[in-house]
Design a protein around this ligand. Structure first.
Ligand code: 3PG
Length: 306
């Protein structure tokens, strides 16, 4: 019997936990919970005898890896695995996986919800604008970007994207008109929705060069990671473009300054909540449990990222 630790400072819905437990127990393993923890010390203690670890955005640092002497596999129940130290895991022979696509619809619905909320003056009862007929650039046409494209098309938006691998038909297949490069994307649209992962090449990659291409009333929508934004450049754009807006599920470090100077032009969720639906929790949590069961049963590493 292996110990599968679910360590989540932002817990899964209880229904998801029930279904994950059924999956884990069915395969002869034990599910142990560490929820709502607030210090790394708690995680270090809990992980010391774990064979498998399921996390969300929880930080899996080299210290966590060091403390987890029995650990064979970590599954990030979600898409982005920038919270996991892949080198440390690899150095200890630990497999790291994610569960791509399982929470995408929830994140996409939040992106659209934030766009509607902002376009309607944060529901203040005044005159707003509609999404229909507006242009939306999807920066990152992966699982989340594809869901956003589908919903935005339903709203009558004109959806544009590009593919780093230059597969023009890939964009069209997912309901987006193709442009040839990222710069053209920003020069073509009013709204840009960010669905790119955080890694060495995307960190701070959304800066002045791209944002200055947006129109005066450009709207940047971020359901990805705060670190992909160059915040000094973002502040510069706010000062230069009097109608520019930024709505994000991940508050930037310069949140207080933006809220103080441009309260009408920004919106930040109280805490990251893109994947916070019962459905997304069930999909991602159960997928993680199944992947761990398959790993222990047959050595399956289909979703390995390290
Ligand atoms: C992801 O990468 O899957 C999303 O950002 C959701 O993250 P969360 O599980 O921490 O809410």
């Amino acid at each position: 019997m292996s110990k599968v630790l679910v360590a989540t400072s932002k817990p899964f819905d209880s229904e998801a936990i029930d279904l994950m437990r059924i999956e884990v127990v069915r395969h002869g393993h034990d599910l142990v919970l560490l929820e709502n923890y607030s210090s790394e010390a708690e995680l270090l203690a809990a992980v010391s005898d774990a064979d498998a670890l399921i996390v969300r955005s929880d930080l899996v640092t080299p210290a966590v890896i060091e403390a987890a002497t029995q650990l064979k596999i970590v599954v990030r129940a979600g898409a982005g695995y920038d919270n996991i130290d892949l080198s440390a895991a690899s150095a200890h022979g630990i497999v790291v996986e994610n569960t791509p696509g399982q929470n995408s619809n929830a994140v996409a619905e939040l992106a659209i919800a934030m766009m509607l909320f902002q376009a309607r003056g944060k529901f203040n009862g005044g005159t707003g604008t509609e999404l229909k007929g507006k242009t939306l650039g999807i920066h990152g046409l992966g699982n989340v970007g594809q869901c956003i494209a589908a919903i935005a098309n339903g709203f009558g938006m004109r959806v544009v994207s590009f593919d780093y691998r230059k597969r023009l038909r890939y964009c069209e297949k997912h309901g987006a008109a193709a442009v040839d490069c990222v710069e053209t994307l920003y020069s073509t649209v009013q709204y840009v929705s960010l669905s790119i992962p955080l890694n060495a090449s995307t960190r701070q990659s959304i800066g002045y060069d791209l944002l200055s291409r947006l129109p005066e009333n450009g709207v940047l929508v971020n359901t990805a990671r705060k670190e992909i934004i160059n915040e000094a450049d973002l502040l510069k754009i706010f000062a230069e473009k009097p109608f520019f807006q930024y709505i994000s599920d991940i508050a930037p470090d310069c949140k207080d300054e933006l809220l103080q100077k441009y309260p009408e032009r920004v919106f930040f969720t109280p805490k990251k909540m893109g994947a916070q639906t019962q459905e997304a929790n069930i999909n991602a949590g159960v997928a993680a449990a199944k992947q761990i069961a398959a790993f222990f049963a047959t050595g399956d590493t289909t979703f390995q990222v390290n």
